[in-house]
Write a protein that binds this ligand. Structure first.
Ligand SMILES: Cc1cc2nc3c(=O)[nH]c(=O)nc-3n(C[C@H](O)[C@H](O)[C@H](O)COP(=O)(O)OP(=O)(O)OC[C@H]3O[C@@H](n4cnc5c(N)ncnc54)[C@H](O)[C@@H]3O)c2cc1C
Length: 364
């Protein structure tokens, strides 16, 4: 691998930013190209990382490795970027019934490393509806993504490794040692461009974009924990303000916020918290999710020097640091990528797509 020639990373969301910083940490040269954040899921994200997932609070896939990696990466990135965006915090999930209490506590006891200390009873009764008690997590918290992305953007700019412009596929040319983009040489091209990766050389990857809506609210309480049941409340920088998320939808007509989304969130919020609150903003974004809900990483089945780093779905914050190390080790140390996240798990789809494109061309 020629170390002087940079990689070109398309996208500066959570994926591209975390990958680029991992390259920086390991002295791998790169250039990031990003057109701005308008269509970025990362900017809408609440930035929560939670070792438990879904209504049954199952341990999230690969939790131990993911959470070790994120708790190493974000504090390091804060120091490098001289910005504060990593906030470890307990998540408190009130139970809905005695049955749920028994089920969830029994499952959680199998993973004591992720179970935290209960907040004081008085703090709970002042803020959340919890007649059946609840579960507190440890190793959880949130990353303030707008601060993370902006600090990284300034850092990349200062370090002369950012192109603030639209990436144009038709400007890519291949040569025997890498690619050329607008006349400059790169040793590889890495698509970390969120849902936009479903167009271009990785169109065979079964993306299932998932729309999410969030509300910003003001609330007359300020718990020391993150309340979470059907919705979560992640603190925003201003006192007594929170991001409330999120809705999940695989079928949507547009990417704007909807009244239906707002009604769903406010309904869950009314069931979860006590006190006075009001909506101050309403946002929507599209998660780059895959049908099998795993990330997608690695080299294109046939096109040389072309990689993907994406499919982070609803868990960009916890997946990105571990996945970035995996791709780095694959590129530099020839380590084999885990099958579950490898782009080659979709090789058959690629071959089918290629064959059908070929037969269409022959038919015309
Ligand atoms: C409502 C909502 C709430 C969420 N909450 C959480 C949460 O609490 N915790 C969590 O971990 N995850 C959360 N997520 C998921 C998280 O947002 C995603 O996993 C993550 O943002 C994906 O990052 P990405 O970099 O792959 O994609 P994106 O954030 O979409 O970034 C892609 C980047 O590529 C750029 N780009 C695309 N095409 C081009 C081009 N042609 N030229 C130049 N630039 C281009 C875009 O400008 C953008 O900056 C949430 C998502 C939504 C929608």
């Amino acid at each position: 691998m020629e170390s002087q020639i940079p990689f070109l990373i398309v996208g500066q969301g959570i994926a591209g930013t975390t990958l680029a910083l991992t390259f920086w940490r390991n002295n791998i040269p790169f250039v990031v190209i990003d057109r701005g954040f308008e269509k970025s899921a990362s900017l809408v994200a609440a930035g929560l990382y939670n070792p438990f997932t879904g209504p049954e609070m199952k341990l999230t896939w690969n939790a131990k490795a993911l959470f070790e990696s994120l708790s190493d990466f974000y504090p390091w990135a804060e120091e490098l970027l001289n910005a504060k965006f990593f906030f470890p915090k307990t998540i408190y999930r009130p139970f809905l019934s005695v049955w749920e209490q028994n089920e969830i506590l029994a499952k959680a006891s199998e993973n004591p490393a992720f179970v935290g200390e209960e907040p004081p009873l008085s703090a709970l009764s002042e803020t959340v509806n919890n007649p059946f008690g609840g579960l507190s997590t440890s190793q959880s918290g949130f990353v303030r993504t707008p601060v993370y992305l902006e600090a990284a953007r300034q850092f990349f700019k200062k370090s002369d490794c950012l192109l603030e412009e639209e990436f144009l596929q038709n400007e890519v040319e291949f040569n025997s040692t890498g690619i050329t983009y607008k006349g400059k040489n790169y040793q590889g091209l890495i698509y970390a461009n969120g849902v936009a990766a479903s167009e271009g050389p990785f169109e065979f990857v079964p993306f299932r974009p998932n729309k999410g809506e969030v509300l910003n609210i003001s609330w007359d309480k300020s718990p020391s924990f993150i309340p979470n049941r059907k919705v979560y409340l992640v603190p925003l920088p201003e006192p007594n303000t929170y991001k409330v998320g999120a809705t999940y939808s695989n079928s949507f007509e547009h990417t704007q916020p909807t009244e239906l989304g707002k009604a769903e969130l406010t309904d869950h919020l009314n069931n979860l918290i006590v006190g006075n609150w009001e909506v101050t903003n309403h946002l929507a974004g599209v998660r780059p999710a895959l049908a099998d809900r795993k990330p997608v990483i690695g080299m294109h089945p046939e096109q040389p020097f072309t990689f993907i780093f994406g499919g982070l779905g609803a868990k960009g914050i916890s997946l990105a640091p571990w996945c970035a190390v995996k791709l780095f080790n694959n590129l530099v140390n020839n380590e084999i990528l885990p099958t579950e996240i490898h782009v080659l798990r979709f090789k058959k789809r690629y071959q089918l797509l290629k064959a059908s494109t070929k037969s269409k061309v022959l038919a015309t």
